[in-house]
Design a binder for this molecule. Sequence first.
Ligand code: AMP
Length: 542
Amino acid sequence: MQGRMMQHPLLISSMIEHAARYHGDTAIISKNTDGTITQTDWTHITENSKRFANALQSLGLVQGDRIATIAWNNHRHLESWYAISGSGLICHTINPRLFPEQLVFIINDAQDRVVLFDKTFLPLIRAVKAHTPTVEHFVYLGAFDQDVADAVPDVKFYDALIAEHSAQYQWPALDENTASSLCYTSGTTGNPKGALYSHRSTVLHTYAICLPDSLNLSANDIMLPVVPMFHVNAWGTPYAAAMVGCTFVLPGPGLDGASLVQMIDDYKVSIALGVPTIWQGLLAAAKQTGSPLNSLKRNVVGGSACPPAMMKAFRDVYDCETIHAWGMTEMSPLGTGNQLKAKHQQLSAEEQFKVRLSQGRPPFGVDLRITDEENGTNEVCRDGHSTGNLQVRGHWIIESYYGKSDHALTTDGWFDTGDIASINEDGYLLLSDRAKDLIKSGGEWISSVELENIAMNHPEIAMAAVIAADHPKWDERPVVIAIKQQGSTITEQDLLDYYADKIAKWQIPDKVVFVESIPLTGTGKMLKRDLREQYGKILLTE
Ligand code: AMP
């Protein structure tokens, strides 16, 4: 016997309709690329998304076509997202920090028919335009601009398209499994691969990230996604903001600490999300300006491990609860978020802090396991000690990459993340490392993340990356590449001594190299591959 409930497909358009109907006057604040601020609301975002859906139809696009965006977090980008996915097209967000060759590869692989872009990326558009034959239209996300018109012949202007088209648009009743958006992995090795999300996977992921044990979002929140919309859809926040009807503060290109402090203070941001390098900048700027970040109740740290010293600073100095989360492009991205259970309430503040340092537990909809080999099926014990290959399955996890016929799963249907981790009895995940970043010393594994966390806990270290350097006797040994805090006189020996009472002697790094800057990936993670190329042989030459 079948259930007798309505069959409503899970569609992205229904989230924006909900926001317009029930939270129409809730503010959307957007920093434009020229630094000006636009204040709008869910009613106008929805109207403009319908106007742009009509504009896209007038360009002759058909369901399933890919529309690329190369843009900051701003209101036009948000409107275009709902227009694209809502009307049955596929929203392909592109990371502008990739090399032009990677960008060309991605646009051609996706066969994008339209590219939307912000002014910052005009030089990039000029560089790739001649090499992307499938692109029929370039749309500038703004009003008429002579520089843009001169640089890109036949370019269309978003504001003009919006003005020309009606706000009357009937969202199509798509099958919920229709593809909605496309995001390429950062591709630190080999060519990037596309994760193609569906309306159903997106809506289910959105429900999950709003839950109290995830981001704990509600219509009371004022949310600032510092994480870019091109980094796994800003971790799903543009959908979550519409689902709960919260105020959304879009920082545009202003991702430096000082701009973020100002955004948080000016608009009373209650929750903000970003990678650790962003928070490092914010903490330094808050210290400099003396802002107590009064409104900020929660911040979400993901993308790389949250250094304990950072979590402590947010807790002790800013009375802000840090939610450590883990995920990946292939997972939409949320895999786990860290919140305590009732049983942890009896623990001391320091014991609770220890629990909160891990990457946390999965929401319903994601299942985790640790196996004893890559792509293996043999699960190891959930005891908090046994580490192995982290695998996942669930409603918003890929089955196969875009354009690839073979599926990306183990023989029994799990996706191997490439991360090394353990899971404890309470279901908390603790990541040790990326499999490729682990250091193999004399047959024993050393976690680069653990060594980085110790270094970054030192008050005179601003940032640290630990890499495996080749060693004639031990195969590989850890080397620390570190940036000193401004004005610090710390020496190599000081930092090595700092490790002495914190880890086993054989895990203490062999060397410290102080540098002025550490290269970052397009999504703000430390680019260890480059560091390994530069310093990987340093122990052989000494
Ligand atoms: P991406 O798909 O570019 O977002 O990268 C996903 C990868 O980032 C994961 O497989 C992890 O290796 C890493 N990652 C994400 N979140 C965390 C976290 N909280 N702690 C440690 N590593 C993380």
